[in-house]
Design a protein around this ligand. Structure first.
Ligand code: IVH
Length: 667
């Protein structure tokens, strides 16, 4: 390679890496996998090694990417927040081990930890008090995200312990547990918001949310993995982590001391196969020299510590053939492209379909008919197409375009300014929109009508028995029992469930209506602010934006919904069937009997579902949280409660109540 050629390639690589840094750190929407990103860095490093005269201090090989946002107050880190060198092969690990042992002059003890895939945070404590939490930022300066971090229940706000140094900094990874992430995305989809691509994006997006009230509603968690300070309690990393755990910090119990690199490799292998058992996402293993003295001796490069490396697991990826692309129309009219694939085994399941997200993503992939595509399973619910194998595209392959008309009803699609989705505006007739609204209405978190699945909705719709949700209340058991696959017993159960649904509280009825962008939480705020459907119907956009958490987009959507005569007619019909359109006076809703209490639910219950108990806690002013900490007020335990929750509660002296105790408490 000539120097002129090297210069050109370096410029291209730097530009490309900077573009991906921006997508990853600032926009939370990476377009390439970590592996592909590391390939770019590796190529740049190789060229820079051959032509050191072309290295500049601002090269991405010399500095860490930046996630600093303008709106937060920024502070300088007390210790720079660096990245980790990535390795992908055993050989690279052996090289690391050789370097470390050479410097130590003896055998070395390592600590292996899972590499959590979230957003990093650095928290400073002085005299046992939480001072400030900073995001990584550019490694030198970070955003003050204290308000958001303080919403995480498991993070100690003050600590008193004889071992505690006068001051210290502790670093950890902010994450979403898989189940919490699934629920968060479900709520986002239900309220017409774009779901997060994976738990990592959800965690870093949430950490950088300016409104900490929104953050408080999301169950973030944080695991700690490193402590820094002048006078640390121990002389080993593992010892410091044990102390941190005893002071109340959450430290993963998978952390393991290894006597040599062979034991390290064993740890890596074990967790690669057990990866799916862990309830948060990991993308590898971090290997650290355990002795703090040795860590000091090895020191740092400008970007990474010399005493630690990350062994990255490859994203679970496969290559397969694209058969076709379907364009699905959801209940809000949003059109989503889905790739139909030649079946392929990926991480233990056969995959036939993968998400293409939206028109922008399709364009970016430059998808052609019958392309070979790469699919990846990250934290997301369905796999996604992450790339195309262009080398195997046939010369005459035609590009795949996004349709201009609705594939279901033929209406011309429209796009709302600033949104990635195309919509079918024919909300009054487009069949999947009508059916989707019925499915949403009967779903568990909405009216909770049991016994009707997607197929029954199809049948009811196909036979013209139900066109909108109010028609459900006119269905008789006789009519239902004539439907394919429904006997008299299930028909009777369905009609009973429909009848019972008239008792569903007002805020859930409001959520069930399927107003675009109105999820469970927004429906709850609207109900408690306006008290009746009539008041909401009469509210102007200006009145609506005064409700907490409602912005112009949601307010406009609510106004549009109630300006539509057909929606008003449906509401009148529902009212005539006895549905609740204002909170019943004296109902258990909105009491403050549990005000200020943090309650953890565990086990299975017989008198109400877990979700119903959660709702009762919120309605009575309490907070329902997932993990037991010293701040937990009590545990609501059913049959077979989580043993670790009960054990922690016992240790911390937290009372455990049964469902009967709880129901008496709020009666
Ligand atoms: S130690 C100076 N340990 O990985 C060394 N990092 O790619 C500091 N991470 O910025 C890092 N799990 O956000 C360490 N057990 C673990 C980790 C971990 C996840 C993240 C962390 C760091 C990034 C580097």
């Amino acid at each position: 390679m000539k120097i002129s050629e090297a210069k050109r390639r370096i410029e291209t690589l730097r530009r490309e890496i900077e573009r991906h840094d921006d997508l990853y750190y600032k926009q939370n929407s990476p377009q390439i996998s970590d592996f592909e990103y590391d390939l770019l860095i590796h190529e740049l490093e190789t060229i820079e090694k051959r032509f050191p005269e072309l290295i500049t201090p601002d090269s991405p090989t010399r500095k860490v990417g930046s996630d600093v946002l303008k709106e937060f107050v920024q502070y300088r880190h007390d210790y720079p927040m660096l990245s980790l060198a990535n390795t992908y092969t055993q050989d690279e690990l052996f090289e690391f081990d050789n370097r470390v042992r050479k410097s130590a002059g003896t055998d070395v003890k390592y600590v292996c930890e899972l590499k959590l895939d979230g957003a990093s945070v650095s928290i400073r404590y002085e005299n046992g008090r939480f001072i400030r939490a900073l995001s990584r930022g550019d490694g030198e300066v970070g955003d003050d995200v204290s308000a958001n971090i303080l919403t995480i229940n498991s993070i100690p706000k003050s600590i008193s312990n004889p071992d505690l140094p006068q001051s210290f900094t502790i670093r950890g990874e902010v994450i979403f547990h898989k189940e919490d992430f699934r629920k968060l995305n479900e709520t986002r989809v239900n309220s017409g918001e774009v779901p997060f691509a994976n738990p990592r994006n959800a965690a870093s997006g949430t950490l950088k949310t300016l409104d900490s009230k929104i953050v408080a509603q999301r169950p973030l968690d944080c695991y700690f993995y490193y402590m820094l300070g002048e006078k640390l309690p121990g002389d080993s990393h593992s010892g410091n982590m044990k102390r941190a755990a005893s002071w109340g910090f959450r430290v993963s119990d998978t952390i393991k001391q290894c006597n040599n690199i062979a034991e390290v490799l064993q740890f890596i292998e074990i967790w690669e196969t057990r990866r799916s058992e862990i309830d948060f996402e990991i993308d590898g293993v971090v290997v650290k020299a355990d002795s703090i003295e040795l860590q000091k001796r090895l020191g740092y490069t400008s970007k990474t510590p010399r005493w630690a490396v990350a062994f990255k697991y490859k994203a679970e990826q496969e290559r397969t053939r694209l058969i076709s692309v379907s364009f699905q129309v959801g209940r809000t009219g949003a059109v989503t492209p889905v790739a139909n694939l030649a079946p392929v085994l990926l991480a233990g399941t056969t995959v036939r379909r993968a998400s293409l997200h939206n028109a922008d993503q399709m364009k970016l992939l430059d998808l052609h008919m019958h392309d070979y595509v790469y699919i990846e399973k990250g934290g997301e619910i369905i796999p996604k197409v992450v790339g195309v194998d262009i080398a195997h595209r046939s010369a005459d392959a035609l590009p795949l375009d996004f349709p201009v008309k609705c594939p279901e009803c033929g209406y011309r699609l429209t796009r709302i300014e600033g949104e990635a989705n195309w919509y079918c505006p024919n909300d009054l007739e487009c069949p999947p929109q009508l059916k989707g609204r019925i499915e949403h209405f009967i779903s568990r978190k909405a009216m909770n009508i049991e016994g009707i699945g997607e197929e029954t909705v199809d049948l009811l719709f196909g036979r013209n028995l139900v066109r909108d949700v109010s028609d459900l209340y006119g269905l008789s058991a006789e009519t239902l029992s004539t439907l394919e696959g429904l006997g008299e017993k299930s028909a009777a159960n369905i009609t009973r469930s429909i009848r019972n649904s008239v008792n569903v509280p007002f805020h859930r009825v409001l959520f069930s209506l399927g107003i675009r962008h109105v999820g469970e939480a927004t429906a709850r705020s609207l109900a408690s602010h306006f008290k009746s459907i009539n008041a909401i119907m009469n509210a102007s956009v200006d009145d609506l934006i005064h409700v907490p958490d409602i912005g112009l987009k949601i307010a406009t959507s609510i106004r549009e919904f109630f300006d539509n005569d057909r929606n008003l007619a449906i509401i009148e019909k529902l009212r005539s069937f006895g549905l609740s359109f204002n909170p019943e006076p004296g109902s258990a809703e909105n009491s403050d009997k549990l005000a200020g209490l943090s309650i953890v639910i565990t086990g299975t219950f017989s008198r109400h579902s877990r979700d119903e108990y959660k709702e009762m806690i919120i309605n009575n002013g309490g907070r329902s949280l997932s993990s037991v900490t010293s701040g937990t007020s009590f545990i609501l335990a059913g049959e077979s409660p989580g043993p670790s929750k009960i054990e922690t509660a016992r240790k911390l002296g937290i009372p455990v109540y049964s469902e009967t105790d709880f129901l008496e408490m709020i009666a």
